[in-house]
Design a protein around this ligand. Structure first.
Ligand code: TYM
Length: 345
């Protein structure tokens, strides 16, 4: 992991450090979402005070079918539980259940510059992809995201590499607000797995592109609920190179990606993977990666069906999560409103 340092000279703080992160409910989570973010969310639960959100407000920056969004939000919540987010240890809530997110968004918009938002590469990509719907929300999306993080005074934010720029903006906005109005927000640190560590999982059909739900080629993206035989098939057809060596090296994007995925699900180092597959063909390697991924994801599929069928339990969890989140977020909103000069009711 980069960007996280344990300073041996500083005493261990009394309060556990706080984590915030979110995921959009725009479909089944991909293997990229899982290895780049959720797997870390799970691992961090004991060491940190964790708050995780299904960010449905972010999802409507591109057009959604309302019934489908409602369904996917609940499915994503169940999927987060199935991936090991434990509601007894962490707060897991649905973003729109906590009104402070919309409120923070407005106040922080007034501390964010048009120029800063114009530089966001994700806005440029998404506005090219959705040229018929370049709405204001798509443009100000990083402000909503900054609010998510700052409302909870998060110390650390685990995300994949693609969210790094948004996180830097959140830090800039926090610092600007603090300088203008006095200390209000904790300035969050990113927690980003290196690309070798799963921070940027690439498409299996085009390893120069990020693995994403919007991949045009269905073989490029692995979903964490895919059946084992589907997963194995997708890996078998993964694009590699004309070389014959399983080695992590510049220019071998396809193999590098497969090695990263294999390392992330098995815990094997790149060196040991290279040794194990020395002299073997890509066919063997792809088969092993597919099988290892299918095996790793099997318990998640089982847990997911169980959680989804326990409707009352799910409702109980997301209501409790919203209450817990709201308590923290409201304290920050009250502070923000006071600082900017709003009259208390
Ligand atoms: P989203 O929903 O696109 O993705 C959720 C998480 O998955 C990571 N990710 C990947 N990591 C590695 N390789 C990939 N191919 C890959 N694809 C996705 C993302 O980096 C992310 O960590 N804006 C955010 C959601 C958000 C958020 C927040 C995150 C809203 N508010 C506050 C952190 C803190 C997003 O759209 O992620």
């Amino acid at each position: 992991m980069e960007n996280i340092e344990q300073n041996a000279q500083n005493p261990i703080p009394e309060r556990k450090k706080r984590i915030f992160s979110g995921i959009q409910p725009t479909g089944v989570f991909t293997l990229g979402n899982y290895l780049g973010a959720i797997k870390n969310w799970k691992a961090l639960q004991d060491e940190y005070d964790c708050i995780y959100s299904i960010v449905n407000m972010h999802a409507i920056t591109v057009r959604q079918d309302p019934a489908e969004l409602r369904k996917r939000t609940l499915e994503s919540y169940a999927l987060a539980l199935a991936c090991g987010i434990d509601p007894e240890k962490s707060i897991l809530f649905i973003q729109s259940h906590v009104p402070a997110h919309a409120e923070a968004n407005w106040v922080l918009s007034c501390s964010t510059q048009f120029g800063e938002l114009s530089r966001m590469t994700q806005f440029k990509d998404k506005s090219a992809k959705h040229a018929d719907n370049i709405n204001a929300g798509l443009f100000t999306y990083p402000v909503l995201m900054a609010g998510d993080i700052l409302l909870y005074q998060a110390d650390v934010v685990p995300v994949g590499v693609d969210q790094k720029q948004h996180l830097e903006l959140a830090r800039d906005v926090a610092e600007r607000f603090n300088n203008l109005y006095g200390k209000t927000f904790t300035v969050p640190e990113p927690y980003i797995a290196s690309s070798r560590g799963g921070g940027k999982i690439m498409s299996l059909s085009d390893p120069t592109k990020k693995m994403s739900k919007s991949d045009e080629n269905p073989k490029g993206c692995v979903y964490i609920l895919d059946e084992p035989n589907v997963i194995i098939k997708k890996f078998k057809s993964a694009v590699t190179d004309s070389d014959m060596e399983v080695a992590y090296r510049e220019g071998k994007d396809g193999i590098n990606n497969l090695m990263t995925i294999y390392g992330a699900v098995t815990g094997f180092s790149m060196d040991s993977i290279e040794r194990d597959f020395e002299g073997k063909g890509y066919g063997d390697f792809k088969k092993s990666v597919g099988e290892a991924v299918a095996e790793h994801l099997a318990p998640i599929r089982e847990n997911y069906s169980r959680y989804l069928s326990e409707k009352a339990y799910l409702e109980d969890c997301y209501r409790k999560g919203a209450e817990q989140a709201e308590r923290i977020a409201q304290r920050t909103i009250d502070k923000m409103y006071k600082k900017v000069g709003f009259v208390a009711r």
